[in-house]
Design a protein around this ligand. Structure first.
Ligand code: 13P
Ligand code: SF4
Length: 396
């Protein structure tokens, strides 16, 4: 008997493998050029040569979740906030190569001058959380707030991990962008626009429900039962007008698939296995994880905590694996554990590797600008309003 194998027909999911095109998504556009083979023994040398040839015309930003082979070529590493600030502070660099994900490169494009070009080495490096809030869904949610009679007392706050269109929506409606390092200040500012954290005002927080809830409850003291979750897939967000009126924090139903893996049980287990361990997590983790942890903060904060820690101290870290592995190597005289027993990379951050970086830099040397990220002018204008608001927040 003969068996035959038929290739599956093209499906919208194929873009997850870097095939096909999905321009409506934060991920899923293939590279148009010839990438060097990952096995090329000259890759590092090629990267060095291209970097040297480009000189000051290029500035390379690297998010903490990038692979080591990429971080080695970054002029600056940091969390989303630091990288946004660094991008805005380099008006002389003709090209900004953003080794991070799509929403970060969009923000860099908005914050840089028109003469500068921002490049994402692999256009398939998106963010599944950012994809969880589409502009039409957010517009519908706002209509639901209008119908419930609460839109006028609601300020939108969007996490950096969102599309430029959502940031523009936030700017148009008098809100601000925030990152994990300034969410507390951003939320206080937002509540101050509508009568303060103890008043009647509300915040619509997009798209990460966990960062929104953790910040509101643990840092602003808003009761958990005044946080409601707006599910864009259900009519009216799955909330009654009265529930919207009673809420202080309206949290979008979005999350990070990497940080969503950590559980309170992980914290219990590591405390039992490693006496005296310090549990350090990112605020995108679930509320029960953050509540059980000892320290919570952005990737830059996580790096700083390790830098300030004592030799011999023990740490269990709940964030992306590239960063935790790098910290474990850098601080080999501390005990560094991964909080979950099943370790996990951010698959989209990981798409940027040395072959993509070499291809990007060699293309520039050859006079071709690959993978330019350019935000639509109207979105850029209003997103800039929300980003500038974030950059102007007190103490940020
Ligand atoms: P940071 O701003 O803390 O670097 O976080 C970015 C991110 O995507 C975390 O998942
Ligand atoms: Fe997005 Fe999570 Fe990856 Fe950060 S770690 S880029 S939030 S999917």
């Amino acid at each position: 008997m003969t068996t035959s194998f038929t290739e599956p027909a093209a499906s919208p999911l194929l873009h997850l493998l870097g095939q096909g095109v999905d321009l409506a998504s934060e991920r899923g556009v293939e590279c148009t050029g010839e990438l060097p083979a990952p096995s090329d023994p000259d890759l590092v040398e090629r990267a060095r040569a291209a970097r040297a040839a480009l000189g000051d015309s290029v500035f390379v930003l690297g998010h903490h979740y990038q692979r080591d082979e990429v971080i080695d070529f970054a002029d600056v590493t940091g969390d989303s906030f630091k990288l946004a600030r660094e991008a805005a502070a380099r008006p002389d660099a003709e090209y900004i190569i953003f080794c991070g994900v799509h929403f970060m490169a969009e923000s860099a494009d908005i914050l840089t001058t028109d003469a500068q070009q921002v490049i994402l080495p692999d256009l398939a490096a998106g963010c599944s959380m950012a994809d969880m809030a589409r502009i039409n869904q957010v517009e519908d949610a706002w209509d639901a707030l209008v119908e419930a009679g609460v839109a006028e007392q609601t300020v939108p706050v969007t996490y950096m991990n969102s599309s430029a269109a959502i940031k523009a929506f936030t700017g148009r409606h008098g809100g601000t962008v925030c990152t994990s390092s300034n969410a507390q200040v951003a939320l206080r500012w937002a509540f101050d626009q509508v009568g303060g954290a103890d008043g009647e005002g509300k915040v619509l927080f997009l798209p990460d429900q966990h960062l929104g809830r953790n910040t509101a409850v643990l840092q602003l003291g808003i009761p958990l039962d005044q946080c409601v979750v707006f599910d864009p897939r259900r009519p009216g967000g799955g909330l009654t007008p009265q529930e919207l009126r009673d809420a202080r924090m309206i949290l979008w139903r979005g999350h990070c698939s990497v940080h969503g893996r950590f559980s309170a049980q992980n914290v219990t287990d590591v405390r039992a296995a490693v006496p005296g361990v310090n549990v350090l997590v990112h605020p995108e983790c679930k509320h029960e994880v953050v509540t059980a942890a000892d320290y919570v903060g952005s990737t830059e904060y996580i790096v700083r905590q390790l830098e300030q820690s004592e030799p011999g101290s023990a740490w269990a870290i709940g964030t992306e694996l590239n960063l935790v592995r790098r910290l474990a190597r850098r601080f080999s005289d501390r005990q560094v554990h991964y909080l979950d027993s099943t370790v996990c990379f951010c698959s989209t951050m990981n798409r940027i590797d040395l072959p993509h970086l070499v291809w990007t830099m060699e293309s520039l040397v050859a006079g071709r600008v690959p993978n330019r990220i350019e935000v639509d002018a109207d979105d850029a204008r209003w997103a800039r309003v929300a980003l500038d608001q974030m950059l102007a927040l007190p103490g940020v």
